[in-house]
Structures are given as C-alpha cells and as structure tokens.
Design a binder for this molecule. Structure first.
Ligand SMILES: Nc1ncnc2c1ncn2[C@@H]1O[C@H](COP(=O)(O)OP(=O)(O)OP(=O)(O)O)[C@@H](O)[C@H]1O
Length: 504
C-alpha cells in the first residue's frame, strides 16, 4: 500500500504549551489510521493542521506525493480532505438537503442534490431522507448527514474526531461498516477516539501521541486495550477502587415532575419520580435525546417545575433558581462543557467563581474575592490533573477532556449533598475517565447522593448502585445494578421496563 499523506516535523506552539512537537508519520492509501493520546496530547491540533484550520510553526505535509499546505479548510477540501467534527454544525430548522447544500462550494439544483444524497446514502448503508428536517433526527442520523456531506466531496482522506461518542451500539456498527467500505475503495481514514476497543476492531495502524510528540506506532489489532492505554500515558493504569459505602436516608426525592419542551425539537419530561439516598450512585441511561438535558435543566433550576416535585431532605427546592439550589447543596454539571458548563472566553478563575462563589466563600458584601476564586481554580487544576499553563487561561484554550476534568472537579470540590452530572467522561481519555469515576465514587462514599446520566453503559455499570432508563421523557423504575444483564438493559432502554419486570 502506498502512502497518501505524509507529515514531516509538524510543530505548533501555543502560549505555554507545545501542542505538536516535531510530529512525523504517514497514512497509507485505504488505511484506517488511529490517532491515540490522552487529553491534551495534541490530536485535535494535528488534524486541524491537516484540514487547514491551524497553521503549523514548522514542518511540512505531502498529499499524494505533492507538497500540501492548505491555508484554509476550503483548500483542504479541494485537495480531497474531509472532516467530521466532534460537534455537529447543522441547522435544526433546515432539511438534510439544505444543510448539505450549505457546506458545498457549488451546490447542484435541489432535485439533483436530493438524488445524489439518496445514492450516496444507499451505496454506503447510511439511510437518510434528504427532505427530513434535521431537528427531527437522532444524534446518529445527524452524524450521517455530516458523513454524507463529506462523501459527496469524494474525499481521499476522511478525518473523524471522536465520531462514536453520541452513537448507540447499533449506530456504531453501521458507521464501522461504512468506514470499512470506504477504506476498501481506497479512501484513507484518520480516526480519533478514546474508545480503545473500537480502535482495535476498526483500525489497521495507530500513531500514539504524548505531550505533543509521537511516542509510538503500532498495529492496534495486535495490542490489548490496556497496552494501548499504558503507552498513551506512559505509566501503568490502576483499576478503580471498589467502595462499600453504607447508604443513608433519602437526600433527594423527585415526584410527579413533568416539563414541556423549550423548543419543538426538545423532549417533554413525563411524570418523573426517583428517590436518591445518601451515599449512593444512581445511573440514568438512555439514548441521546430522550430527556437527559431536560432532566438536568429541571434539577439544576434552569427550568422550574411544579411545587413539591423536587424535595431535598424535606425542603421543597422546585421553585428555587440555580443559585439557591447550589446554596442548598444540589449541584449539577451539564453535558455541553463549552457554553453551558463553562463560559468559553472566561478564564478558569472566572469559571470557578461562576458556580463556586457561594459555597467556597468567595463573596463578601456582594463583592467577589478574586484571590479565593483563583486559589479554588488552582485547587481544582491540581486535584483533577487539568493540563493547562494556569488558572489565567481561557476555558476555550483547554483541550476538550481537560476542560471536562475542570468542570467536574469544580463541582465535586464544592462538597455537594447531591451532585447530578450528565456524560461526565465524554471525550475524556481512559486514565482521566477513571479518575473522574473514582472522584464520583469517593463523593458518594463520603455521604453525598450522586446521579450519573450517561450514554456509556459500561460507565454506568461500573459505578452505579442502581440503574434506571430514560425513554421519551419517562424514567423507568430503578433496578440494582448487580441484577442487570445487557439484555435486560436493552429492554429497559427501549421503554419495556415494566413488561420486563412482569416477566421476572
Ligand atoms: N487555541 C489554543 N490556544 C491555546 N492553547 C491551545 C489551543 N488549542 C489547543 N491548545 C493546547 O494545546 C494542547 C493540545 O490540545 P489538543 O486539543 O490538540 O489536544 P487533544 O489531544 O485533541 O485533546 P482531547 O483528547 O482532550 O481533545 C493542549 O494543552 C491545549 O490546551
């Protein structure tokens, strides 16, 4: 197999950090090449360089043997490079075809475009209706739109940054079949993921980055996931400590909680009830878009619900706003870290003050004590191993996983009575994910109640005492995790919990 892409000595520095340091490797034609590395290792910077979004300080690239230095994404696309980003960039109110047309330099007439979308989606097994409105599509279908948009450009290199984090296991299967077919036809794929088992089944080559440098190349099919993880971090991983917290009385009782969606694309919450005891972790699973964001919004106080629906140790919190709920000890960390959990242009100190001011004694006579805010931010950075030059750095300059560690650490370190987190380890590397899970377990062991909303079933099974499924805005009855099988979970996620219980 000849090489399609060749990187030679790529170097890119940001203030205080060398994101890519003399990076060289080759991607074979028709190869599925993984880019591995812990959070902040420099993976995104590297693929952004290939896609013309980042200009390297030094180093060169060759595509098909010819010098390649795209000044902007348009130039990279013209040369046959396509990229599917971690975050979707689609307009919900527009149709699939309209969204695809927006990303094209020279879109064909709409009837022709709809036909081409159908052709591509049939050829690659990615069922998609060109006239469907994007707002009505699931996360997996939205990703198909992004992929089909790339395929219409006939790419020679397709870059995918964490493509499976929002997909169900079935959708992952479909995606992998598509990628294998593309590779079989000669398209090269550069694939970033923290899910090492997936990399082992999909990829035929891997480059491992650590601290911006290439520290190894391997065939991931011949390495175990543990070996890959250890090469990424350069140390042996420790398994999470088991815990044995005694569970106390109820700290949070939710009953009759219903909520209308904010937009026509939202999910209503329907008569949700749950009881969370001190010292326990309740896992809430479900396919994306079944009310996870809405449930978090109702618990955080961003949306208000009827009186008596949210009770904390006998006190009615349902009419209180987020600040008052925080003061009472009910803390939350939403899924979307940039923009929701953290303000992108604010420094880490400012972001620490945003949610930590009251509980960490930063307010005096209505003024903020910046010294305390900074020292709280520094404590979180230290305790959660957030890789950044310091607390003065803006949230948007952190790599995704490092910002996630900061956001979770900021809440954990405020000593909550109840902590609710949504997708706590999304985009976080294996060792940092283990650290975050351990922090949640420790919090529960210390007597707090913890609710973990996640699409990662392995995660839920690893840390929860009980599991409940969210399906179309309804929360099924919870079941002790020790009694669960994958088959039963599948039925619960599909909304069949009561039927299933009746058969047991
Ligand atoms: N625009 C920027 N300004 C300042 N620093 C940046 C910028 N972009 C990235 N960095 C820094 O460069 C380093 C590499 O970041 P990068 O996003 O490439 O890592 P990554 O391997 O993709 O991480 P993750 O797995 O968390 O997404 C990090 O230390 C990050 O903080």
């Amino acid at each position: 197999m000849s090489d399609l892409l060749e990187l030679n000595g790529l170097t890119k520095a940001y203030p205080g950090v060398v994101a890519n340091d003399d990076v060289s490797f080759r991607v074979a034609r028709g190869g599925v090449h993984a880019l591995l590395g812990e959070n902040g290792a420099g993976k995104s910077t590297l693929v952004k360089t290939i896609y013309g979004l980042v200009k390297p300080d030094r180093g060169t690239m060759r595509l098909d043997g010819r010098p390649f230095a795209p000044a902007e994404p348009r130039a990279a696309r013209a040369a046959g490079v396509a990229m599917v980003f971690q975050h979707f960039s689609l307009f919900e109110a527009l149709s699939v075809a309209e969204n695809v047309a927006l990303g094209m330099e020279d879109p064909p007439r709409s009837r022709d475009l709809a036909r081409r979308i159908r052709e591509v989606s049939e050829t690659y097994g990615l069922p998609l209706d060109p006239h469907a409105r994007v707002g009505d599509l699931s996360a997996g279908e939205r990703q198909r739109v992004e992929i089909v948009r790339c395929l219409l450009q006939d790419p020679r290199l397709l870059i995918m940054d964490e493509p499976t984090s929002v997909l169900t296991p079935q959708e992952v299967e479909i995606l992998f079949e598509t990628l294998r077919k593309l590779a079989g036809e000669g398209t090269s794929i550069l694939y970033i993921s923290h899910k090492l088992e997936e990399i082992r089944t999909l990829c035929d080559a891997a480059t491992i980055l650590r601290g911006g440098r290439v520290v190894g190349e391997c065939d991931p099919r011949e390495a175990s996931a543990a070996e890959l993880a250890e090469r990424m971090v350069g140390a042996k991983l420790t398994a999470p400590r088991a815990r044995g917290a005694a569970q106390g009385g109820a700290v949070l009782t939710v009953s009759g909680l219903s909520l209308k969606p904010v937009s026509q694309f939202g999910t209503p919450l329907r008569d949700i009830a749950l009881e969370l005891r001190a010292g326990e972790v309740l896992g809430i699973g479900g396919v994306a878009g079944n009310g996870q964001d809405e449930l978090l919004g109702a618990l955080s106080g961003e949306r208000r619900t009827g009186p008596g629906t949210i009770m904390m140790a006998g006190r009615d919190l349902s009419r209180l706003g987020p600040t008052e709920r925080r003061a009472a000890g009910l803390l939350t960390a939403p899924e979307e870290r940039l923009g929701h959990a953290a303000a992108p242009d604010m420094t880490l100190t400012e972001n620490a003050a945003l949610t930590g001011a009251a509980r960490r004694g930063m307010l005096r006579h209505g003024f903020l004590n910046w010294h305390r805010a900074r020292s709280f931010a520094e404590t979180v950075i230290e305790a959660f191993d957030v890789r950044t030059p310091g607390a003065h750095v803006a949230a948007r300059a952190l790599s995704g996983g490092n910002l996630q560690k900061f956001v979770i650490g900021r809440e954990v370190m405020q000593d909550p009575r109840v902590l609710v987190v949504n997708q706590p380890t999304w985009g976080v590397d294996a060792s940092a994910a283990a650290a975050i899970r351990q922090a949640l377990l420790d919090l529960a062991a210390g007597g707090a109640g913890v609710i973990v909303i996640s699409q990662d079933l392995d995660e839920i099974l690893a840390i929860s005492d009980r599991f409940a499924a969210l399906n179309e805005g309804r929360l099924g009855a919870s079941v002790p995790t020790s009694e669960l099988t994958m088959e039963r979970i599948g039925l619960m996620l599909g909304g069949a919990h009561d039927m299933e219980a009746a058969h047991v």
